[in-house]
Design a protein around this ligand. Structure first.
Ligand code: NAP
Length: 293
């Protein structure tokens, strides 16, 4: 069996076209331009690439972006002041703080200071709680992008065995919750899981977000499984790979995402979607009408 390669670039492109149309409609009907503020602390090279991609994607669809760079030793109070100003700004509909933060800064108070109405990453305590209850305002971008890919491929989730490898707050946990809400039977594995393969082999859908190249090899995958590789790892020779042995596993799976070109472009796209949805809600509120969800 040779797996179908799930093309994240294509779906992201289609969705960005729809984003462009929504932005144009906001301008036409409300004279409104969506705005995204990005706060960057320190000079992590991977973060620099992600931020550049996000800002470029904003420009492509007509979202205005505002970037604020701070040195690695910035005080928390400085960041909180900036966030307070952005919370109050009518030009800003989404605020994100690029993670990971330098070790001396605690993420929680910073993320909690973002207005829940502008929390386009969905990492504020309120939005995390809403996600647990199944009615989140801003679905976290990476797991939301994975769901869109599965939806587009017509892959059923109801009653399916789904194994999520990785239990981080930004990918694994929200992914598992969102899959549960679609009536999948979900197992979450992490670094202390004993004998990972005994779980992964049962997966109809396997989502891997561990940050470990070659963690998933063919003998850990059920024949015909759908394999979603969220991992992004830079090898010493400069190549970018996921967490899955792509060449080996593609011979066994029914569908597989490549790295790059799978989940990555969808993550950025869902950030655009959340920012536009936030601007639409705000425009409708100003116009005195309830916004679209
Ligand atoms: P993270 O915060 O480092 O979390 C990694 C998770 O994987 C943890 O839960 C960890 O377990 C688990 N893990 C680590 N080694 C493992 C192993 N050998 N077996 C089983 N589980 C293991 O990372 P993250 O932010 O979730 O990101 C994960 C990967 O996805 C990274 O490669 C990152 O670059 C990538 N990523 C990609 C996108 C995208 O758009 N494609 C977006 C975000 C992240 P413990 O909890 O026990 O430590």
């Amino acid at each position: 069996m040779a797996a179908k390669i799930i093309d994240g670039v294509r779906l992201a492109g289609e969705m960005r076209e729809a984003c462009r149309e929504r932005v144009a409609r906001l301008a036409r009907e409300h004279d409104f331009v969506p705005g995204l503020a990005v706060i960057v602390i320190g000079e992590d090279p991977a973060s620099a690439i992600y931020v550049r991609n996000k800002i470029r994607a904003c420009a492509q669809v007509g979202i205005r972006s505002f970037r604020y760079d701070y040195p690695i030793d910035v005080a928390t109070a400085t960041i909180l002041d900036r966030i307070a100003a952005l919370n109050a700004s009518p030009q800003v509909h989404g605020i994100l703080v690029q993670l990971p933060l330098p070790p001396q800064l605690a993420a929680d108070p910073i993320l909690r200071s973002i207005s829940v109405d502008k929390d386009v990453d969905g990492f504020h305590l309120y939005n995390v709680g809403a996600l647990v209850l199944g009615n989140t305002v801003f679905p976290p971008c990476t797991p939301h992008g994975v769901l869109k890919l599965l939806e587009r491929e017509g892959i059923p989730l109801e009653g399916q065995n789904v194994v999520v490898v990785g239990a981080s707050n930004i990918v694994g946990k929200p992914m598992a919750l969102m899959l549960m809400q679609r009536d999948a039977t979900v197992v979450i594995c992490h670094a202390k899981t004993r004998d990972l393969a005994q779980f992964t082999i049962l997966a109809d859908v396997l989502v891997v977000a561990a940050g470990q190249p070659n963690l998933i090899v063919p003998q850990m995958v059920k024949t015909g499984a759908v394999v979603i590789d969220v991992g992004i790892n830079r090898l010493p020779d400069g190549r970018l790979v996921g967490d899955v042995d792509f060449e080996g596993v593609r011979r066994k799976a029914s569908h597989i995402t490549p790295v790059p070109g799978g989940v990555g472009p969808m993550t950025v796209t869902m950030l655009l979607v959340n920012t536009i949805a936030s601007a639409e809600r705000m425009a409708e509120r100003i116009a005195g009408r309830p916004g679209p969800g």
